[in-house]
Design a protein around this ligand. Sequence first.
Ligand SMILES: Nc1ncnc2c1ncn2[C@@H]1O[C@H](COP(=O)(O)OP(=O)(O)O)[C@@H](O)[C@H]1O
Ligand SMILES: C[C@@](O)(CCOP(=O)(O)OP(=O)(O)O)CC(=O)O
Length: 424
Amino acid sequence: MSIAVSAPGKVLLAGGYLVLDKNYSGLVFGLSARIHTISTISVSETGTILVRSPQFATATWTYTVSSSENGVTVEQVPDKGSSKNTFVETTIRYVLSYLSLSKIVSSEITILADNDYYSQPTSTTPLRFNNLNVPLSSAHKTGLGSSAALVTSLTSCLLQAYSPAPLQLSGSSYLTKIHNLSQAAHCAAQGKVGSGFDVAAAVFGSCVYRRFSPSILQALPEANAPGFRQQLREAVDKSWDMGIEKTKIPKGVRVIMGDVDCGSSTPGMVKKVLAWREGEKEAARKQWDELERVNRGLIDLLAELSEGSHDAVRQQILDIRKNIRAMGEAADVPIEPEEQTKLLDAVSAGVPGVLGGVVPGAGGYDAVAFIVKDNEETVTALKEFLAKWDDGKVKALETREEQEGVRMEQTVQYEGFGNYLKLT
Ligand SMILES: Nc1ncnc2c1ncn2[C@@H]1O[C@H](COP(=O)(O)OP(=O)(O)O)[C@@H](O)[C@H]1O
Ligand SMILES: C[C@@](O)(CCOP(=O)(O)OP(=O)(O)O)CC(=O)O
């Protein structure tokens, strides 16, 4: 039986940096751009998992999997052309180790990413899952959180396919399990414990997020080291100290993401902001508390949004931006760089129907996100404005915010995508 699951991308609209500390919150929207994984289990063979990402060149990874005392051993079969895919490999290792299976049947897994995750050539109208014909490492990412969506989607798909008993994806305790296991695999693959807001959005969809204590994952042994299987199971099955308040996307407005053809390094920026916070404790505390206050103000305004409160939202976004710039100046990090300030101001003043815009997540030169009235004229006007700005360096993406997190999908919709996809 083929099983398909999808998980959404993210945008951290408010709470960048603050969300790294569990005393502060992040407003994260799940996006309609999803990463889909489709698995087909073999009826007779054991020990091999073949993963393909057919939108990319040489994106095939074959793994030999076998059960061992401390967890499931996953080894990539060398194949000319294919590089490593740490996120895929780690997820397989974590999920199968968690399940503690003695016999592991073979399976084939296909990954399909919605087009908004990567810059698309403008010359042709893309297919639903466009083929980019370049290796994954050369594709230009738009910053929607591909690894978190992929790990969450693949974790759920493997759990569904390999669990001895049928599972209810919609049940809250099962979602929590998917969350904990996806966070564990994602943190291991990226080699650090971040705030995890991206995985939380991929699992639960749009929410106000408060992080879990990093010690939950830092205490885990290395994969397949003594005690790994047992301690992974205990960590995933216990209750985590995180906070998820589901947010209702307000009627009448939507999010539009702008991909900026330029990049910033998130880890470098995080390091500098945290070093400033450590060095100037009192000033930083005041600044973070003020940012938290204005961020919570926006969360409350969006929760009760009506036509009459649009002006209040505009003002609140300006307050947030003012504080983000102050934090950037104090830490000497271009969180809202001057170029982005100009763009956000120009759009807010020049496109009717735009309530405001921010630099999402860690900020920098990567992306902008706008809150706009949800109508055709506004969207068209914004796209036209961006097309004329700075030689078209900023591209409006098609994706919008979406409430729902990880979900099961009907397999028929993928027929014809990925030459190899055999659905049963
Ligand atoms: N469509 C895909 N197919 C296969 N692997 C993917 C895909 N998208 C993302 N990944 C995995 O996620 C990694 C990218 O993660 P990362 O650099 O953290 O980017 P992001 O900020 O988008 O999460 C890739 O190297 C690969 O391991
Ligand atoms: C600084 C942060 O709080 C937010 C970063 O958000 P982004 O959305 O910018 O993340 P990347 O996709 O990894 O670049 C770090 C964190 O929360 O882990």
